[in-house]
Design a protein around this ligand. Sequence first.
Ligand code: CP3
Length: 352
Amino acid sequence: MKVLPRFLRACRSEPVDRVPVWLMRQAGRYLPEYRKLRTIHPFLEMCKTPALAVEVTLQPVERFGMDAAILFSDILLLLESMGAELHFDEQRGPRVRCEGIREGAVHGLRVPDMDRQLRFVLEAVKQLREALPEDVALIGFSGAPFTLATYLIEGGTSRTFFDTKTFLYRNPASFHGLMGKLSEAVEVYLLAQIEAGAQAIQLFDTWAGILSPDDYREFVLPYMQRILGGLPADRAPTIHFSLGASTLLDEMKSLGAGVLGLDWRIDLGVARGRLGPSKPVQGNLDPLALFQPRETLRATVSTMLRKGASMPGYIFNLGHGIHPQTPLESVYDLVEGVHSFPVAGTAEGLSV
Ligand code: CP3
């Protein structure tokens, strides 16, 4: 009999034997085996070499027994394939250059040819599906158009998003043009990942929470609804993640995403109460809570589980990416704590 991974069951609000867990940025610098490979290979080379991307994707699954693997890549590679210049500066983080973008010129950006420009991603997805055990789900992902737009316009990560917001307020038609172009690329990219074997899709709209609800409804919501409406949710459930999604919870509910990823600023019990039992939720431990002493962390994790797993459709995760200095022992303890939590109403052997 075919085993449906418990992560995928939770995405569909089906009963699970244990609460599924994975961590955003679970393949990364907090892992010694990742750092070792990084002394030999630059980050982008690792993303673009399927054998390396596969190896790194598997590292946290093998070490901790995560319930899902997320493809090792980066949201900014899509922008590079569309015609922007991308490099990662060890000090300043990602740098993106796109000629004329601040003047509203989007014609320099093209919807990429997946087989030519992003073949390495699709190849890694295919190899991962071969390599992963049946009970571990493979998550593909993309940045959402708004978050990608901020990197194009700001040229990197920003504190105030001054350039993005002034662009949007002064030149709304061009901003819509840019969102339209990015949405097309995101949809094609996600469909290609599903076709290659991704079993779930996460859309990272990390910076959408900087917008007012009115601006979100005008400049972001319609594009997200279009993308999510165009994906085959029956084949691959969708997860939407945004920092600060709690200020936009009603809008988030109407996006059409199967699962909502939350950051730690909202109480998990309150969020589940407001979203209702039919909306699966993923989150939302503060990544820095992993720096607590062991006993306190254990208690924090149990409190979160009592709130999150009070209804079906709960996936344990952090509220943002794991910090590079996180102690490995905390991650072992967290996964152990989640997997040993008794799930209400579970009959033995329910997971298969
Ligand atoms: O393990 C995983 O989660 C899968 C791989 C993954 C990476 N980036 C690898 C990465 C994923 C899903 C991302 C998403 C991503 N990338 C987002 C959205 C989620 C979020 O964190 O908000 C964003 C905004 C980016 C852009 C990005 N990439 C930034 C701002 C940085 C620099 C900050 C940092 O953490 O270094 C990156 C670099 C990056 N992406 C690294 C990794 C493992 C570190 C690269 C290194 O080894 O130096």
